[in-house]
Design a protein around this ligand. Structure first.
Ligand SMILES: [Fe+2]
Length: 383
């Protein structure tokens, strides 16, 4: 018996080594000659912003750079970007970087078009009624999945909230997946972002809202991570492995947009902002306990995950029982560490973390209903 579901994506995906250059022709052919390039200081320091800017300019595009983007993008970042877009008279936006610049770019276009602050979108005072100028997403890390989604997660200091906003026109017009832009990524970041990609596919796969469409997408994403993450971590110049992870990230993003996430991300969010720890690292650290916690409700799927990561057992109970330990061993091999206590997570903060995790709508999608005891169990088993 199949449950009802829907599948939607309006984004055109373009994949291939060196294909970021095609942004120039795509913009020119639509007469979009003035581009606000939203990126961050890290991408500038890595030389990638200049590389992309160079080929845009060679192709006759006028580019204005906007780099005021925090790793957790804020309402202020979006508003400053919207002002820059208007002042420059941009006819298109490029989001270049990891999830933060891409998420920021999506809402900059909308805020400028609707002539308001992103704060108004956060409070619901304004909805994103008018689609902004077209945007192109060019990811330079493989993990966040921001390149696949219309939603952006923003921090609003005025209300203390961190949540997702979306509306017409917030989805990228084109997402260009170019693995050549990833070859210089350090191995630790490759590992952390790769585990984030895996966590999106995994939680969408195990979640209540999983569908045959999202399962197909999630399974392919997880298999690509299983087959290529270690290679990319130990040899960043391996373009085949970089390609696989670039695709896995986009697939993880599609899977989570369609079918949501669960307890891993609900717990990872507060741990991330209490200790300022990298989101991908937290996804890696919380994944073994998440697999163990959910196992009884999704035994067959957990067994599939275990086998994909190397467990050799035809018996679902046996295979699923080894899933958490298998991912923990992977974490050790790729330098993710396996224990949150080593990253500074303290017992005294547990109740605060659990309280915040319980506010997450993601818990409704977890295969085992998310309770305070459950969140605490996942956290404590990851210490
Ligand atoms: Fe994530």
């Amino acid at each position: 018996m199949f449950d009802s579901f829907q599948y939607f994506s309006s984004i055109e995906f373009v994949f291939g080594a060196g294909r970021a250059r095609e942004a120039t022709d795509r913009l020119s052919s639509r007469g979009l000659g003035r581009v606000l390039m939203v990126t961050d200081p890290g991408i500038v320091a890595a030389g990638i912003a200049e590389e992309v800017e160079d080929f845009l300019v060679e192709g006759g595009i006028t580019v204005e750079r906007f780099t005021d983007v925090k790793s957790n993008p804020t309402v202020e970042n979006v508003d400053a970007g919207a002002a820059a877009l208007t002042e420059f008279g941009a006819t298109a936006v490029i989001g270049l970087g990891g999830g933060s610049p891409i998420d920021t770019a999506k809402i900059i276009a909308a805020a400028a078009a609707n002539n308001c602050s992103a704060h108004d979108f956060m409070t619901g005072e304004r909805s994103i009624d008018v689609a902004g100028v077209p945007q192109i997403a060019i990811p330079t890390t493989a993990g966040s999945g921001a390149e696949s989604a219309k939603v952006s997660v923003l921090v609003d200091h005025a209300t203390g909230e961190k949540k997702g906003v979306f509306g017409p026109g917030t989805a990228p017009w084109i997402t260009i997946l170019d693995p050549e832009l990833m070859v210089g990524m350090p191995s630790w970041l490759t590992a952390a972002t790769g585990m984030d990609a895996l966590s999106h596919a995994l939680e969408a796969y195990l979640g209540v809202a999983a569908s045959p469409f999202s399962d197909a997408i999630a399974e392919k994403g997880m298999r690509l991570v299983a087959d290529h993450l270690e290679t990319a971590v130990f040899d960043g110049s391996d373009l085949e492995a970089r390609s696989a992870l670039t695709i896995a990230s986009a697939l993880g993003g599609l899977a989570k947009e369609q079918s949501g996430l669960g307890i891993l991300h609900a717990v990872a969010m507060p741990v991330g902002y209490v200790y300022d720890l990298h989101h991908g690292y937290l996804c890696a650290a919380l994944m073994p306990a998440t697999l163990d916690f959910n196992r009884s409700a999704v035994l067959e799927k957990t067994a599939w995950v275990a086998r994909t990561f190397g467990v050799d057992s035809a018996d679902d109970e046996t295979a699923a029982g080894l899933a958490g330990a298998t991912v923990r061993a992977l974490n050790e091999r790729i330098g993710m560490g396996t224990r949150l206590r080593e990253a500074g997570v303290r017992d005294a903060d547990h109740s605060r973390i659990v309280d915040d995790a319980m506010k997450s709508y993601l818990l409704k999608n977890n295969p085992v209903p998310g309770t305070p005891e459950g969140c605490l169990a996942v956290l404590q088993a990851s210490l």
